[in-house]
Design a protein around this ligand. Structure first.
Ligand code: GLN
Length: 565
């Protein structure tokens, strides 16, 4: 399909409307980030870091993730394999890298910043069915690649972006990536040399015995990339330690990349330091030289200060997280990061203890939870582990341990309260027991007939109004909020009065009064549960107020329980 033995097609073969931008007019340039050797190298962090550095230089930057999977979006992907499903404000279910971009850039990205093979084919097939290609054979080149180029250009143009930074997921050599790599190769040919820049992120393995750093896998992956027609302009190399000059020289020679454009990407405990390290390593200078950018130095001071604060945290709190996917690091990545953000702002090191919900047997909360300063029950789907979560909530409620429930966490708190305080023994969610006599959590009437699993939930940003005098309102410091959702089930309004009569307050309500968006407990030090996902809007420079409020409550508990009296 893509054979570099053939000369690259002259750009006149492509209709003018498929050309990207116009030379010599408004600034519009594209940086492509590809990956070699293995997956999981942190291309997302490199992409986010490049975006941040350019933004801090004053450019309007647009970040995009290309996921070569055939899935139309990430909504049906398994968190065990792919990590968390992130949700944009406009309701697209995406790969977790979009969350990373938002956390670095401190911006909300729309659906068009995430692209999959499934979506590209979906668009082209719909067009074909509608007769748009009548009489023509629809092919990967040019029809699929034209659609890819259009979708790469879209988010940059939508927002008046000047520089698009596009991460091509997967590893060079994957079959799925080929049409995307061919499309970006075409863009390079169609644009002026200073309008594109290719960053290749690779791994430099170190031999155990000799400690020697090996460059061969990088050479091979660059060879693969060049066979597709893409010559990298810079190589960002993941190493276990420092990258010696001799190794840089070797990579430079074999991969035809200037030595100063071989940048070291060391292993760091705090990912928010990566932009500073890449900047000091000269990545921004290499990009500026290659793309003829004349920006002033990036305004790094606030970022640097927050990084230093994050590295210097003095206090410590222990938060227990009772969830289903606790063994997979990336399954709750936005929650993990939200604690890093809040901890940096509050000067607290938040020690997360991951507790598998299935391990907590009925009445056994104490064995797992007695040493924690706060409990968080995150979102999730399906019945497995639910009883353990309900038991954990009971323990936190009765012991006065700060409790933070997110989405399914709210639903478990409601079930627990119904069973143990209201005495409704059979209370459940109709998700876990469709026959329950007391569905305190239930499907809304408009969701009932839906059987498709992709994109059929309440997704994206919705407004809520917070009640005066509530804990949640004091955390946000305002009445009106907007937060992102991803769920099918809701608090059943038929039970509202019974809950309120016994002290569970509906502290956040949709503006039409129909939906319960948050609950809290009267007389408990800090018990807040929300139907939305606050972790999706926490940013490194703008930590989420609920995470801050929660860890402050954890600290209060810790200091009161360790006091001499
Ligand atoms: N499974 C629940 C629902 O669909 C909760 C979803 C979630 O926690 N994201 O309503």
């Amino acid at each position: 399909m893509i054979n570099r033995a053939l000369p690259s097609p002259p750009s006149v073969r492509y209709p003018v409307e498929n050309r990207i931008g116009k030379r010599g007019t408004a600034l519009r340039k594209f940086i492509f980030v590809t990956g070699g050797v293995i997956s999981g190298l942190g291309k997302g962090v490199v992409t986010a870091s490049i975006g941040l550095l350019l933004k801090l230089q004053g450019y309007r930057v647009s970040l995009q993730k290309i996921d070569p999977y055939v899935n139309v979006d990430a909504g049906t992907m398994n968190p065990y394999e792919h990590g968390e499903v992130f949700v944009t404000a406009d309701g697209k279910e995406t790969d977790l890298d979009i969350g990373r971009y938002e956390r670095f850039l401190n911006e909300s990205l729309s659906a068009s910043h995430y692209l999959t093979t499934g979506q590209v084919y979906w668009n082209v097939i719909r067009k074909e069915r509608s007769g748009a290609f009548l009489g023509r054979t629809v092919q990967v080149i040019p029809h699929i690649t034209d659609e890819i180029k259009r979708l790469i250009r879209l988010p940059v143009e939508e927002n008046g972006g000047e520089i698009g930074v596009i991460e091509v997921g997967g590893t060079v050599g994957d079959i799925e990536s080929l049409p995307f790599l061919e499309a970006i190769r075409q863009m390079k040919d169609e644009l002026a040399p200073s309008e594109t820049f290719f960053v290749h992120v690779t791994l430099l393995p170190r031999l155990h015995d000799s400690g020697e750093i090996k460059t061969k896998p990088t050479q091979h992956s660059v060879k693969e990339l060049r066979a597709i027609g893409i010559q990298p302009d810079a190589i960002v190399a993941r190493t276990g330690g420092a990258l010696p000059e001799s190794v840089k020289r070797k990579i430079s020679l074999f991969c035809e990349v200037p030595e100063k454009n071989v940048i070291e990407d060391p292993e760091l405990p705090l990912i928010y330091r990566v932009p500073l390290v890449l900047y000091e390593g000269g990545l921004l200078d290499s990009i500026a030289a290659g793309m003829q950018l004349e920006g002033s130095p990036p305004k790094l001071a606030p970022w640097r200060e927050r990084v230093e604060a994050a590295e210097k945290r003095t206090g410590r709190v222990r938060v227990g997280i009772v969830g289903k996917y606790v063994k997979v690091r990336d399954s709750y990545i936005s929650i993990r990061e939200a604690f890093v953000h809040a901890g940096a702002a509050e000067g607290l090191d938040v020690d997360l203890e991951w507790i598998p919900s299935e391990a907590i047997a009925s009445g056994g909360g104490e064995a797992y939870l007695s040493g924690i300063d706060g409990l968080l029950v995150p979102g999730g789907f399906g019945e497995r582990g639910i009883e353990g979560k309900v038991e954990a909530v009971r323990f936190a409620r009765e012991e006065g341990i700060p409790f933070f429930g997110i989405c399914l966490g709210l639903q478990c708190a409601v079930i627990e309260f119904a069973r143990n305080v209201l005495g409704i023994a059979g209370a459940n969610s109709s998700e876990f027991d469709p026959e329950t006599p007391d569905p305190v959590i239930a499907l809304l009437p408009e969701q009932r007939g839906v059987t498709d699993k992709g994109g059929t939930m309440r997704l994206g940003s919705y407004p809520a109004l917070l009640k005066e005098g509530s804990v949640i309102r004091s955390c946000y410091g305002k009445e009106g909020i907007e937060e992102r959702h991803r769920h099918r089930y809701e608090f059943n309004p038929a039970y509202r009065e019974r809950f309120e009569a016994k002290g569970m307050r509906m502290s956040g309500i949709s503006p039409d009064g129909a939906l319960v968006e948050s609950v809290e407990l009267e007389g408990h030090p800090w018990f807040v549960a929300v139907q939305f996902h606050p972790e999706f809007t926490s940013r490194f420079l703008d930590p989420h107020p609920l995470f801050r409020g929660f860890i402050r409550a954890c600290q209060d508990r810790r200091s009161s329980s360790s006091s001499p009296c």
